[in-house]
Design a protein around this ligand. Structure first.
Ligand SMILES: [Zn+2]
Length: 681
């Protein structure tokens, strides 16, 4: 598998000047040499003074993606203008329209010289010619337009680019209320002549909805969405993810835990391939232990991997087990670099940096494997004890793919972080980039925070921008455990940066706040309140870094931190109500519901931790509290204030408060969802 280097893509923005009231173009990147702006071609009038002037045209045998893209275009234009455009097939275009918007692969587009089949994955052409506009990507006739694994999103993404650039559409969160479409009576597109390619080759933000839809255990369901609510959320989330252009534009290298299970398979016959521990034993006592480290300096292991375990294909996976253990044999230890005596890495208890050993192992394997297959790519995580950059100047090459996964002992992975740690993290990225490997980014920090306003925009966003400036090819974030109301600006920011990792964080934040109309300043103040709170906790040493567990919430979000936040939202609501358009106030009410939900969650967890479940009176009180919390969730489930499935999964996690939750839940009556067909509370 070859990954082309990013240099082939032009990195400059087209840079429309915002002060002229035009948006940034080039949310994705324009291909070098193909872009000419401000051609002699005219702009195309879509709606003028409240009248539809253009017709949308798709091929007679349009693909599913082209049809869906046309529907998305028409729907958003209607929301903006109140005018519904006609969609016609190419063989039956009414003559009564001044302009035509050709969406997808059409005969007209091909006659215009656009060759969709020659375009790269998710690449699209935007071109105006006379009174026609072409929006064209490479298509597959049958592929589901919402399928993120397929590189046929170009036509759809071209439509989204137009909606953002010219109609200022902002998808703040999934569903109706999160879709911000400013009103206008005139829509004019172009002039345009662009070929736009994704800045990141794969844009993944994992989430559990597919799994939840397959298997929704009753105990989780009772704390989370109703079945109908779950299905509705999963559907709207999928639409949202595509509007934010998630997906693989090129095949993503796999970088999981490849050596998982090698001990049960090979340990009996070849104990010498496995790690030597402190007591001089190889491998593990349990013959079925699945996460057993290997002895990566062993030449016979190298031979076996390349000659036997690997199928000779374009990808050779070397991702290590999911444990922070490593071999202590003299040979392996000699492969390590000189250990640091200062800085964050030196303060990890009992931790050795083994990155040089791993780098040498990957290089050794690559050099043997490339003799079997010249196109091979060796893949791995950069993780745990081999997350820090190598300590020597070992040189690797671009056919070794490493996924930067900040993880290990609570110091690498979470935000907020100290300035020292942020700088250290940047140095680790640069250090790996200097070896010459190809790099992806696979952070876990969105996992933290439970239902709390654990928001961080500046630090996390700026690291992503930094990584992009230093060779980042694609992202695989874990996870979109989306608390939309209490962490909205952060989630929105990541989606926007995936599309254009050069955007300044402040600019992206303002896009989000603009969705609150006249309350934008107050809403900014509200989220800054929480971001400052989180940073202060960290600086005061109150920050328990490793917290994805609900039980950690009470110490960090005591009751007294909520009233100032509630006051800010009350002020925001009052300002929002001065606007005759109800959506601004409804969005503030959405934030209020999210905050109230967070307050209820942390209050319940606090009582659950401190209470005596054997005391019938206390148990009855707790059951009442939980009943109230679940009722609140069901009442608001249609708004998507939070991913309840994620929260309930954590609440019932075995290593946390599972037993206590189950005991209280046992006697809580089951709730049915409240119907809110009109979308009101
Ligand atoms: Zn060893």
């Amino acid at each position: 598998m070859k990954i082309s280097r990013p240099e082939r893509i032009q990195r400059n923005r087209t840079g429309y000047n915002k002060s002229l009231g035009l948006c940034w173009s080039g949310r994705w990147l324009l291909l070098a040499g193909l872009w000419t702006c401000w051609t002699s071609s005219a702009a195309v009038v879509i709606v003028e003074d409240g009248e539809a002037r253009a017709v949308v045209v798709i091929a007679d045998d349009a693909s599913a993606t082209a049809r869906y893209a046309a529907d998305e275009f028409v729907e958003h234009v209607e929301r903006a203008t109140g005018r519904r455009l006609t969609i016609a097939t190419e063989g039956a275009v009414p003559a009564s329209y001044a302009g035509r918007v050709f969406i997808g692969d059409t005969v007209a587009a091909r006659q215009e010289g656009i060759a969709p089949d020659t375009l790269g994955g998710d690449v699209f052409v935007l071109r105006t010619r006379g009174t026609d506009l072409y929006v064209v990507g490479k298509e597959d006739q049958e592929v589901d337009p919402l399928d993120e694994r397929q590189p046929y999103g170009g036509t759809l993404f071209g439509v989204y680019e137009l909606l953002e650039r010219y109609l200022q559409v902002r998808w703040l969160w999934p569903g109706e209320l999160g879709t911000f479409v400013p009103s206008t009576d005139t829509v004019v597109l172009g002039p345009l002549d662009e070929v736009v390619a994704p800045a990141l080759r794969w844009r993944r933000f994992r989430n559990r909805m597919p799994r939840a839809l397959r298997h929704y255990p009753d105990e989780v369901r009772r704390l989370a969405f109703s079945q109908e609510g779950l299905e509705r959320y999963a559907r709207d989330l999928q639409i949202y993810r595509r509007r934010q252009r998630l997906g693989d534009s090129e095949p993503k290298p796999t970088a999981g835990h490849y050596f998982f299970n090698w001990w049960p398979r090979y340990g009996q016959e070849h104990p010498e391939w496995f790690a030597l521990d402190e007591e001089g034993r190889r491998g593990a006592e349990d013959p079925n232990a699945r996460h057993v480290a290997l002895c990566f300096s062993n030449p016979d292991l190298h031979r076996f991997i390349v000659d036997e375990a690997w199928d000779g294909g374009d990808e050779l996976r070397l991702g290590d087990i999911d444990r922070s253990v490593y071999c202590l044999c003299d040979e392996c230890m000699a492969w390590d670099g000189p250990q640091p005596t200062s800085g964050p890495a030196s303060r990890i208890p009992g931790q050795r940096i083994t990155s040089d050993r791993y780098a040498r192992f990957w290089k050794t394997i690559y050099e043997k494997a490339v003799q079997r297959n010249p196109d091979v790519m060796v893949t791995t995580l950069l993780y745990f004890h081999y997350f820090p950059a190598p300590l020597t100047d070992i040189k690797l090459n671009e056919n070794i793919y490493g996924e930067f996964c900040p993880w290990g002992h609570g110091i690498h992975e979470w935000y907020p972080a100290s300035e020292e740690r942020l700088e250290w993290q940047r140095q680790q990225w640069k250090g790996w980039a200097r070896t010459g490997i190809s790099m992806g980014y696979r952070p876990n920090h969105p996992l933290a925070g439970y239902a709390m306003p654990h928001i961080n925009t500046w630090q996390g966003g700026n690291f992503l921008r930094f990584a992009y400036q230093h060779g980042l090819l694609g992202v695989d974030f874990s996870s979109l455990d989306a608390q939309w109301a209490v962490r909205g600006p952060e989630l929105y920011m990541y989606f926007r940066l995936f599309i254009d990792p050069r955007q300044p964080i402040g600019e992206v934040r303002e896009e989000y706040f603009s969705g609150f109309g006249p309350a934008a300043d107050k809403v900014r103040e509200y989220f800054d309140y929480w971001e400052s709170h989180n940073l202060r906790l960290h600086l005061d040493g109150e920050w328990d870094n490793m917290w994805i567990w609900p039980s950690r919430a009470p110490a960090q979000y005591p009751p007294e931190v909520f009233p100032p936040a509630e006051a800010l939202l009350a002020e925001a609501l009052a300002v929002a109500r001065t606007d005759e358009r109800p959506a601004f106030a409804e969005r503030v009410a959405f934030l209020q519901a999210g905050l109230e939900h967070a307050r209820l969650c942390v209050a319940f967890i606090r009582q659950l931790k401190n209470g005596d479940l054997d005391d019938p009176a206390q148990l009855a009180t707790l059951r009442g509290e939980l009943d109230h919390l679940i009722g609140f969730r069901r009442d608001h489930e249609h708004l998507y204030i939070a991913d309840y499935h994620w929260l309930a999964t954590r609440e019932l996690q075995r290593r946390d408060l599972r037993e206590e939750f189950l005991k209280v839940l046992e006697a809580t009556p089951a709730h049915t969802p409240h119907e809110h067909e009109d979308g009101t509370y």
